[in-house]
Ligand binder design. Structure first.
Ligand code: ZN
Length: 377
């Protein structure tokens, strides 16, 4: 997490301190409402994999999923996945990873060091499953809730030894060739750059169609650069269905433009992690539940398509969260945070669709990426 983000979160938490953990007690939270989950049937196991969708819940470990499950009264869309396993998240120089190293392992199929984005520990650029897909003539997408200078989207599209080199990372989007790029972070493309460059204009010169709001995003043809906000997208309660609409547009457009070739997309539920760092169970859970709603949309889309492999996982878990009390019928949880950082517990992964039989058991995060990559051909 960037220093500037940390400072912003601290300020926000000081203002919004309605969810503080009482000393020696649990923090309680009750969901605002319940949503209907979908029920989907995977295509036959021998169906051909044409499209691959990797969904990353940043900081979304089993503890976060369990809490969300209670809050939605014992139902989640993620329950539809027939294959579940565990992914070990440690990186080359630390048991406790970050989104740079953790996301890079998922993106490129090799573990790397803390802070390293899309590159090896010695800084050699490594290319993601999106790059591989592009080389094979497939369409590609990257959609996030956070700003596009944040580690996870950069892990898939950019290369730098330091995740804090926002100017350099954003400039890498010019060469990544990803067809549908959408998230927040307008400031990093122009106004807040130290080098005075206007990367939006440079992307337009490369042929990108720029969208600065939802309406424009819904009509812009490929290739698309969609910057929906100056920094991260608004919190889940304020943005409504914006993220879900961004994802739906991405899938529809990539699918219609790629035909038989298919596409590969990375969709991130980014801000689960941010609010766990701030020990804000309410906001972290709203992000987790929004991500689960999006998973429901994606599964329904994939069911209709019949040739789409969907994998959901996390880069690491955050907050050393423990679920210690609650009530499923009331949608209420009582939790405790053990820290405000990441932890070293293995995270779950969930697989749905053709090819799911190739997954299962406990794997290294990079191995998970390599199995996904084997279906990109
Ligand atoms: Zn984090």
């Amino acid at each position: 997490m960037k220093l500037v983000k940390n400072i912003s979160l601290i300020v926000l938490c000081a203002i919004l301190s309605c969810c503080k953990q009482p000393e020696g007690g649990l923090m309680y939270y009750t969901s605002a409402g319940q949503y209907e989950t979908v029920s989907v049937t995977p295509p036959p196991a021998d169906a051909q994999v044409r499209n691959v969708i990797l969904m990353i819940g940043d900081g979304m470990g089993l503890e976060q999923i369990s809490c969300a499950w209670v809050l939605n009264h014992g139902k989640l869309n993620i329950d539809n996945f027939p294959v579940v396993g565990l992914s070990r998240t440690y990186c080359t120089n630390s048991l406790i990873t970050d989104s740079a190293a953790g996301g890079t392992a998922l993106a490129v199929g090799q573990k790397t060091a803390i802070d390293h984005v899309g590159c090896s520990p010695d800084g050699t650029p490594l290319y993601s499953i999106l790059s591989k897909a592009r080389e094979l003539g497939k369409k590609t997408g990257c959609v996030t809730v956070c700003h596009l200078a944040d580690a996870t989207p950069c892990d898939f599209c950019c290369h730098d030894e330091c995740r804090d080199n926002a100017d350099a990372l954003i400039a890498d989007y010019l060469d990544c060739g990803v067809d549908f790029i959408a998230g927040g972070g307008r400031d990093y493309f122009g106004p807040k750059r130290k080098d005075g460059r206007d990367i939006v204009e440079e992307m337009k010169a490369k042929g990108y169609n720029y969208a600065s709001d939802e309406q424009q995003l819904m009509t812009a043809p490929l290739p698309v650069l969609g910057l929906m906000s100056d920094w991260n997208l608004p919190v889940a309660a304020e943005r409504g269905d914006l993220y879900r609409h961004m994802v739906s547009r991405c899938l529809d457009l990539l699918s219609s433009e790629s035909g038989e070739k298919g596409f590969v997309a990375m969709l991130e539920g980014s801000c689960i992690d941010d609010w766990l760092h701030a020990n804000r169970i309410d906001l972290a859970m709203e992000e987790t539940l929004d991500f689960d709603r999006t998973i429901g949309d994606v599964l329904q889309w994939a069911e209709k398509d019949g040739h789409t492999l969907v994998v959901v996982t996390a880069d690491h878990a955050t907050g050393a969260l423990t679920l210690q009390d609650g009530d499923i019928a009331e949608g209420r949880i009582g939790v405790e945070f053990g820290n405000d950082g990441h932890n070293g517990i293995a995270v779950p992964y969930f697989v749905w669709g053709p090819g799911a039989g190739a997954f299962g058991g406990t794997v290294e995060n990079c191995e998970l990426s390599n199995i996904i990559s084997s279906f990109i051909k």
